[in-house]
Ligand binder design. Structure first.
Ligand code: COA
Length: 156
């Protein structure tokens, strides 16, 4: 298994896997165009040329990086692929001089093992008002934050 930066040819796989996991409300969906625009921020895991998962990040104007589209294909979980993807993304974020990473997640444990800590979701107000506004869980009222996800933050 190896982790590498995503290429144009990965867009269709990233799109398909994120869409599948978004249907289960585990991540937010991303259009192919959005993935293309953020392609340099995506990493993929593969084994013998087979696509296994992906993870990306985006940098907010306040220089905080959000981990996004963190998914491993069903059937390949528990092999450390997610941990390696996340470690690679964090290394890249850090290499850019960005000193704060965060995520909203139903799977905080994997983040906590890599040095994140839980924080109050309301401290991520920009994220909650902009991205979460489109999430079906919030029923068009992001301020209510009616969502089971937990906020995790890592600082360097
Ligand atoms: C979250 C997700 C990306 C993790 O991917 P993964 O490849 O299964 O991750 P890992 O194998 O590194 O770790 C998963 C678990 O397996 C265990 N594990 C088993 N073998 C392991 C190994 N060799 N190395 C590391 N962890 C291992 C870990 O302890 C971990 O336990 P946890 O359930 O407490 O987190 C994956 O489960 C997924 O796609 N979930 C659906 C989408 C989602 O919820 N994404 C998160 C959005 S922020």
């Amino acid at each position: 298994m190896r982790i590498r930066q995503a290429k144009a040819g990965d867009i269709v796989n990233i799109y398909g896997l994120v869409k599948e996991m978004a249907k289960k409300e585990l991540v937010l969906p991303k259009s192919k165009g959005k993935i293309a625009a953020m392609l340099a921020n995506y990493y993929v895991a593969e084994e013998n040329g087979e696509f296994l998962g992906n993870c990306g990040f985006k940098i907010d104007p306040d220089l905080r990086a959000e981990v996004v589209s963190f998914v491993v294909r069903d059937g390949f979980n528990g092999r450390g692929i997610g941990s390696e993807l996340l470690k690679t993304v964090l290394k890249r974020i850090r290499s850019l001089g960005v000193k704060n990473a965060y995520a909203l997640t139903l799977r905080p444990d994997i983040f906590l093992r890599l040095g994140f800590r839980k924080v109050d979701k309301r401290t991520l107000s920009r994220k909650i008002w902009e991205d979460c506004a489109a999430c079906p869980r919030n029923e068009a009222d992001p301020g209510s934050v009616n969502c089971p996800e937990e906020a995790v933050v890592k600082e360097w």
